[in-house]
Write a protein that binds this ligand. Structure first.
Ligand SMILES: *[C@@H]1O[C@H](CO)[C@@H](O)[C@H](O)[C@H]1NC(C)=O
Ligand SMILES: *[C@@H]1O[C@H](CO)[C@@H](O)[C@H](O)[C@H]1NC(C)=O
Ligand SMILES: *[C@@H]1O[C@H](CO)[C@@H](O)[C@H](O)[C@H]1NC(C)=O
Ligand SMILES: *[C@@H]1O[C@H](CO)[C@@H](O)[C@H](O)[C@H]1NC(C)=O
Ligand SMILES: *[C@@H]1O[C@H](CO)[C@@H](O)[C@H](O)[C@H]1NC(C)=O
Ligand SMILES: *[C@@H]1O[C@H](CO)[C@@H](O)[C@H](O)[C@H]1NC(C)=O
Length: 850
C-alpha cells in the first residue's frame, strides 16, 4: 500500500445563476435557459492526477526502451490518493452536495473523512455521491483507494468459475497482462499488437463538488430527427437532478428560426425529455448545403445505412446515405493517442492530418476509450464522420448481473454525452467479437458455443442495442465486421461475418503479394485492412540508445508486438525491392525503416485504389464498395504498427500517399490479363467530362517516350468508370522499343479545357528491383524559405524528404520524380528557421538504400 500526499488544493468556487448550453447550427443556435436557483461548484484540482506521474518524479519517460517492463510492478500494486480541502460555507448550506468524479480508472473505494461513500468499477462512467452530511468545518480528507487492475481482473476471473471467458491472456509477444475482459477499462491498456502494457490507475477526469438547493442540470443533449411526414423535429433531452419534486419554467428558443417556446413543467428526480419541433422550410434550405459545402458545422443531417438487394449480386448493399446522398467513406481507424490519457494533446493535429489527407471518416475503435468531448467537437467542425464502437474488443465478455449493470450505466451515459454530435453517424457494439465467435478464434468446443452466443446476444443485443436504439437518429450495428441485417437473420452471429456480399469486412494477409489486387476481397465496405511499417529514426531515437539501432536488436524485437511482424515486413518488401544491405550499421537500419514505409505505402495504396474503383461495378457478384477505412491512423507509442502517422504526429509515407489515393477525383491504373485499365473516380456531386492522358517513361530518361490520350468520357458524380483500356504489349509496341522492364507509366485526368483534375498517378510494369536503366539520381536542392526545389537528372521513385526532429510536414513526399524539377513546401508546426531546416534536410530515393 502506498500513500501519496498532495499539496493543499486551490479552493475555488464559481457561481452560476443560470445554466445555458448551445446546440447550434450554421447561422444560429438553440438557446436553452432554465430558470432555477443558484448552482455552486467547487473543483478539487489536485486530485486530477494519474498514477503515471509517479514515473515522471523519477524523470523517466515510460516509453524509453524497455520501461514498459521495468514499470510493470506499478499496476500490480494498490495505490491511494489522498487530499485535504476546506469547503466554503456557501457550498455547505445548500440542500444537496454531490461529490462528482467524471472518470476514475478503475476499481476504487472512495472515502470522505473516513467514511466510505462509494466504489467504482468502470473507467467509462461518471460517478456522483451525495456527501452533504459528511462535510465539516476546516479540513476534509478525501481518499481514493485504487485496487490493482491486474489483481481486480484476475479476482473477477476466479469468481467466474463455471466456464472460461476467453482469451485468458494476450499472446506472449505482447508482454501484457491477463483477463482484461473482466474490467471495464481501456482494453488495450493491458497490451495490444501495436501497444505496450500500461494498466494505468488514477483519476483521469475532473473531480468536483456540485451544490444546489432545487435542481441541477447534469447534461443537455439534442437530436434532430427527420421524417417525410413530420419533417424536422428537434428532440431536446435534459438530464436533471432535483432535490425534491419542483415546479419550474423552461424556455427553449431557436434564435435564427425566430422560434421560442416556454413550458411550465414539473421536474421529477431524474431525466426529463422534451421534444422541440422546428419549422421545416428554413432548416431544409441548408440541410444539404451545410454538409456538402463541406464539412463545416452541421447540426442537421440525416443518416441512413442502406442494406437492400443489389442487382446481379447475391446479398445486400451496405453503405451510408447522408442527407439523402450516398457517400463513399474514406479514412482510417483511430486508437488511443497515448497510454496515458491525461497527457493526450494531439487530437487537433491528428484530426487535421486526417482531413489534410482527404479523409472524411474515422472509426473510433472498440479497444480504446470513448474519446473526450474535444475530439467529437473537432470532428463536427472538420466534417469527419465517426463510426463509434462501444468499448469491447477481440474477446468474449462475462454477463453477470453486476457486469451488465455497470455496462448499462456506461452506455446510457456515453450515448447521452455523445449523441448531440452530428459527426457520429453509426454506433457499433464491439470490435470483431462476432467474427471471433463465428470463426472460433478461442477454440470453444462446439457443444459450448450456445453458451457464448447467449452471452453475446445478452450483452450487445438485449442490453446495449436496446439502450442505444432510443437514439433514432443513426443506425446501430452489433459488431464490426458484421453481415448487418444478415447477421441478425442468423441469430446475430453469422456463419461468416467476413462475407463480402454483406456488411463490412476486415481483411489482413501478409503473405500474399500486395501489388496483386486479385487477392483483396471485393467487399461492400472495408472497415479494416493494412500493413505494418516502422516509424522514422527521429521518432525512435528519443526512446532508444545506439545499441538498439539495428533491425535485429533486442529493442527492435521488443517493440514488435505482432508475431513475426518484423520478418513479414521484409518478406513483403523483398517481393518488389532489394533489401538494404549497407555495411554501415546505422545506415542499414535507417534504410530498412525507409523500405518498410515504402512497402506499406504502396500496399495500402493498391488496396485502397482497388476499393475506390469498385464503387460502381459488380464483378462476379461482388462489388459496390462504398467504404475504405484502413487500419490504422495513429500510434500509441514509438513502435512498428499499421499506422500512417507516427507517435508525435510525423506523417509516414503512407499518409502522404493517402492525400492522393483519397482525392475526390482520382485516376487509378491496374492490369487485368495483361490489359492496362485506367478508371476515373469521382466523389463530386456533379458530372465531369474527362479524358485520361498516359505518359510512357523509360526508367533511364526524364523525357517521356510517348503520350496516349483516351476519348472523352462523361463521369457522373459519385462513380467510377473505365476510361482507358489497352493491352500492355500493344501499348509498349507502339512506344518505340519499350519493355515492361525498361518503362513505366504516369497518367492523369483532364477536363475538356485540358486542365488536370485530381493528382497524377503512376503504374509500374515491373518490380523496381527488376527495372532496367534505373539509376542513382543526382538530386540537388535549391532552398528558398520553407520550400525546396529538387533538381534530378533521372527518374527517381519514392523520393523521401526528412527534417528529423523538426515538427511539421511537407506538401508532398515519397513521390516519383519524372521531371527535372520538383517543388516541395514545408509546413512547420513549431518555430524553426531556414538554416535549421537546411541543416536537417535529407533526401532519400530508392536507389540510395542499395
Ligand atoms: C491489494 O488490495 C487487495 C484487497 O485489499 C489485497 O487482497 C491485495 O493483496 C493487495 N495487493 C497488494 C500488492 O498489496
Ligand atoms: C419525442 O419524440 C420521440 C420520437 O419521436 C417519441 O418517441 C417521444 O414519445 C416524444 N416525447 C414527447 C415527450 O413528446
Ligand atoms: C538481448 O537480450 C538477451 C536476453 O535478455 C540478452 O541475453 C542479450 O545480451 C541481449 N542482447 C543485447 C545485444 O543487448
Ligand atoms: C550533380 O549535379 C550537380 C549540378 O548539376 C553537379 O554539379 C554535380 O557534379 C553532379 N554530381 C554528380 C556526382 O554527378
Ligand atoms: C529547373 O530549374 C532550373 C534551375 O533553377 C531552371 O534553370 C530550369 O529552367 C527549370 N526547369 C523547368 C522545366 O522548370
Ligand atoms: C547490395 O545490393 C545491391 C542490389 O542487389 C547489389 O548491387 C550490391 O552489390 C549489394 N551490396 C553489398 C555490399 O552487398
Amino acid at each position: 500500500m502506498y500513500q501519496k500526499q498532495f499539496n493543499n488544493p486551490n479552493t475555488k468556487s464559481t457561481e452560476r445563476v443560470q445554466t445555458s448550453a448551445t446546440v447550434g447550427f450554421k447561422n444560429g443556435a438553440i438557446q436553452i435557459i432554465i430558470w432555477i436557483t443558484t448552482i455552486f461548484f467547487f473543483t478539487i484540482p489536485t486530485l486530477s492526477e494519474t498514477l503515471f506521474h509517479i514515473s515522471y518524479v523519477f524523470g523517466c519517460d515510460p516509453y524509453f526502451r524497455f520501461n514498459d517492463l521495468s514499470y510493470q510492478w506499478i499496476a500490480l500494486d494498490n495505490w491511494t490518493y489522498t487530499t485535504t480541502f476546506t469547503v466554503p460555507s456557501q457550498i455547505r448550506v445548500r440542500k444537496k452536495v454531490l461529490l462528482v468524479f467524471d472518470g476514475v480508472d478503475t476499481a476504487a473505494s472512495i472515502s470522505l473523512n473516513g467514511i466510505v461513500v462509494g466504489k467504482t468499477d468502470n473507467m467509462f462512467r461518471r460517478y456522483d455521491f451525495s456527501v452533504r452530511k459528511l462535510l465539516k468545518d476546516g479540513e476534509n480528507v478525501l481518499e481514493v483507494s485504487l485496487l490493482s487492475p491486474v489483481f481486480y481482473s484476475s479476482e473477477r476471473r476466479k469468481a467466474h468459475s463455471s466456464y472460461s471467458v476467453p482469451p485468458e491472456c494476450p499472446p506472449d509477444v505482447q508482454k501484457g497482462e491477463c483477463h482484461v475482459n473482466f474490467i471495464r477499462k481501456e482494453q488495450s491498456s493491458f497490451s495490444w499488437d501495436w501497444g505496450p502494457s500500461f494498466p494505468t490507475m488514477g483519476i483521469w477526469k475532473d473531480v468536483r463538488l456540485d451544490a444546489f438547493d432545487v435542481l441541477h442540470l447534469i447534461q443537455l443533449s439534442s437530436l434532430p430527427l427527420y421524417s417525410i411526414s413530420t419533417q424536422w423535429r428537434l428532440q431536446v433531452e435534459l438530464l436533471v437532478d432535483a432535490v425534491q419534486t419542483t415546479s419550474c419554467q423552461v424556455e427553449l428558443s431557436l434564435s435564427e428560426l425566430d422560434s421560442k417556446q416556454t413550458i411550465q413543467n414539473l421536474f421529477l428526480q431524474g431525466r426529463l425529455k422534451y421534444n422541440f419541433t422546428l419549422h421545416i422550410n428554413k432548416v431544409d434550405s441548408f440541410k444539404i448545403e451545410a454538409y456538402l459545402t463541406s464539412f463545416l458545422q452541421v447540426y442537421f443531417r440525416t443518416v441512413e445505412l442502406i442494406q437492400e438487394p443489389v442487382m446481379e449480386s447475391p446479398g445486400l448493399s451496405f453503405y451510408f446515405r447522408i442527407n439523402e446522398k450516398s457517400l463513399f467513406l474514406k479514412g482510417s481507424n483511430w486508437i488511443p493517442a497515448d497510454s496515458f490519457q491525461d497527457r493526450v494533446n494531439s487530437a487537433v493535429n491528428l484530426l487535421q492530418s486526417a482531413v489534410d489527407a482527404n479523409m472524411n471518416a474515422l472509426r473510433v475503435w472498440g479497444g480504446g476509450v470513448y474519446e473526450q468531448d474535444l475530439f467529437y467537437n473537432l470532428c463536427d467542425e472538420l466534417g469527419i464522420m465517426v463510426w463509434q464502437d462501444f468499448m469491447f474488443a477481440c474477446a468474449m465478455y462475462p454477463t453477470e448481473d453486476d457486469f451488465i449493470q455497470t455496462v448499462r450505466e456506461e452506455v446510457i451515459q456515453q450515448v447521452q454525452r455523445l449523441k448531440s454530435h452530428p459527426s457520429i453517424i453509426v454506433w457499433s457494439g464491439n470490435n470483431e467479437n462476432e467474427a471471433a465467435l463465428a470463426t472460433n478464434w478461442f477454440n470453444i468446443p462446439a457443444s459450448q458455443k450456445p453458451t457464448y452466443i447467449k452471452d453475446y446476444v445478452k450483452l450487445y443485443v438485449n442490453n446495449i442495442r436496446k439502450i442505444v436504439q432510443e437514439d433514432q437518429s443513426r443506425p446501430f450495428l452489433v459488431s464490426s465486421p458484421t453481415n448487418g441485417a444478415e447477421s441478425e437473420q442468423e441469430g446475430w452471429v453469422a456463419a461468416n461475418p467476413y462475407d463480402p456480399h454483406f456488411g463490412d469486412v476486415h481483411f489482413y494477409n501478409y503473405n500474399m503479394d500486395c501489388w496483386d489486387w486479385r487477392t483483396f476481397p471485393r467487399t461492400r465496405f472495408a472497415s479494416e485492412y493494412g500493413f505494418q511499417s516502422w516509424p522514422s529514426f527521429s521518432t525512435l531515437e528519443p526512446v532508444s540508445i545506439p545499441e538498439d539501432w539495428s533491425y535485429n536488436s533486442n529493442f527492435t524485437s521488443h517493440r514488435q508486438h505482432h508475431e513475426s511482424g518484423n520478418q513479414q515486413m521484409l518478406q513483403q518488401a523483398a517481393l518488389h525491392f532489394n533489401l538494404p544491405n549497407s555495411t554501415v550499421p546505422l545506415k542499414r537500419f535507417t534504410d530498412t525503416l525507409y523500405i518498410t514505409q515504402v512497402m506499406q505505402a504502396q500496399c495500402v495504396k493498391t488496396q485502397t485504389e482497388f476499393y475506390r474503383r469498385s464503387r460502381s461495378e459488380i464483378i462476379a457478384g461482388k462489388g459496390h464498395t462504398l467504404g475504405a477505412l484502413y487500419w490504422q491512423l495513429n500510434d500509441i507509442w514509438q513502435a512498428p504498427s499499421w499506422s500512417s502517422i507516427e507517435f508525435g504526429g510525423k506523417w509516414k509515407m503512407l499518409h502522404y500517399f493517402a492525400q492522393d489515393f483519397f482525392a475526390s477525383v482520382l485516376p487509378v491504373g491496374f492490369e487485368d490479363d495483361d490489359t492496362l485499365f485506367i478508371y476515373a473516380i469521382s466523389d463530386l456531386n456533379h458530372d465531369l467530362k474527362l479524358r485520361a492522358v498516359v505518359n510512357v517513361y523509360s526508367w533511364s530518361d526524364l523525357d517521356s517516350i510517348c503520350t496516349l490520350t483516351s476519348d472523352q468520357l462523361l463521369v457522373s458524380g459519385g462513380s467510377a468508370a473505365a476510361i482507358f483500356k489497352q493491352p500492355v504489349t500493344s501499348l509498349l509496341a507502339g512506344c518505340g522499343g519499350c519493355t515492361r522492364l525498361t518503362c513505366l507509366l504516369s497518367f492523369h485526368l483532364e477536363n475538356n479545357h485540358g486542365i488536370q483534375q485530381g493528382p497524377t498517378n503512376h503504374h509500374f510494369l515491373c518490380s523496381p528491383k527488376d527495372a532496367q536503366g534505373l539509376q542513382r539520381p543526382n538530386i540537388t536542392e535549391d532552398k528558398s524559405g520553407f520550400m525546396v526545389i529538387l533538381h534530378s537528372d533521372s527518374v527517381a521513385p519514392f523520393v523521401w524528404l526528412d527534417v528529423g526532429h523538426i515538427q511539421g510536414r511537407f506538401s508532398v513526399n515519397g513521390f516519383l520524380i519524372v521531371s527535372r524539377n520538383k517543388t516541395v513546401h514545408f509546413d512547420a508546426w513549431q518555430p524553426t528557421s531556414v538554416a535549421e531546416l537546411s541543416r536537417s534536410l535529407s533526401v532519400t530515393t530508392l536507389m540510395d538504400v542499395y
